[in-house]
Design a protein around this ligand. Structure first.
Ligand code: FMN
Length: 151
């Protein structure tokens, strides 16, 4: 029964910190989702109407990512971590999940945010993980919270 952590983190490293704590606890593989063209600080400035993140969000086009997961078939449980963007998972995460065959996998979602709750994050993510089951989801900012969650 192999576990894998997939995460995306760019703004402050909040999700990265939590993902790494989870990895230490589970002692499993970890894969960072990185867009083919990495985001700059300017790119993720949602306060600016014409910033890259706002344009991408309006267009809803898939975002290409770097690298490949080796042996995805060997994992049965996948932890997917990301910052809440526009009230749900960032487009780069949903487009990454969509292009992989996750049939039969158990998925645990963890997210950080600037104040939002999970809201409909799980429901909105479901169409991108066809055939997989989202077992649980946790909004967290701290390493301890994530460790307590998986106990
Ligand atoms: C483009 C963008 C959209 C965001 N949208 C939300 C949001 O809808 N609700 C919220 O609480 N925080 C929002 N945030 C804040 C992030 O979720 C929060 O800062 C997160 O912890 C950053 O994680 P990271 O450092 O791993 O990237 C947004 C941040 C960015 C850059």
């Amino acid at each position: 029964m192999k576990k894998l952590i997939l995460y995306f983190s760019v703004e402050y490293g909040n999700t990265k910190k939590v993902a790494e704590a989870l990895q230490q606890k589970l002692n499993c593989d970890i894969f960072e989702i990185v867009p083919k063209i990495p985001y700059t600080k300017d790119d993720i400035n949602w306060r600016k109407l014409t910033s890259r993140c706002n344009k991408e969000w309006l267009k809803k086009k898939d975002i290409e990512t770097q690298g490949e997961i080796a042996n995805l078939d060997s994992y049965d449980t996948i932890y997917v971590g990301f910052p809440i963007w526009y009230g749900c998972a960032p487009l780069v995460v949903s487009s990454f999940l969509k292009k992989h065959n996750l049939q039969g996998k158990n998925i645990y979602v963890f997210a950080t945010s600037g104040g939002s709750q999970l809201g409909k994050t799980v429901q909105k993510l479901e169409p991108f993980v066809e055939g997989a089951k989202i077992v649980d989801a946790k909004l967290t900012q701290t390493e301890q919270e994530i460790i307590d969650w998986i106990k």
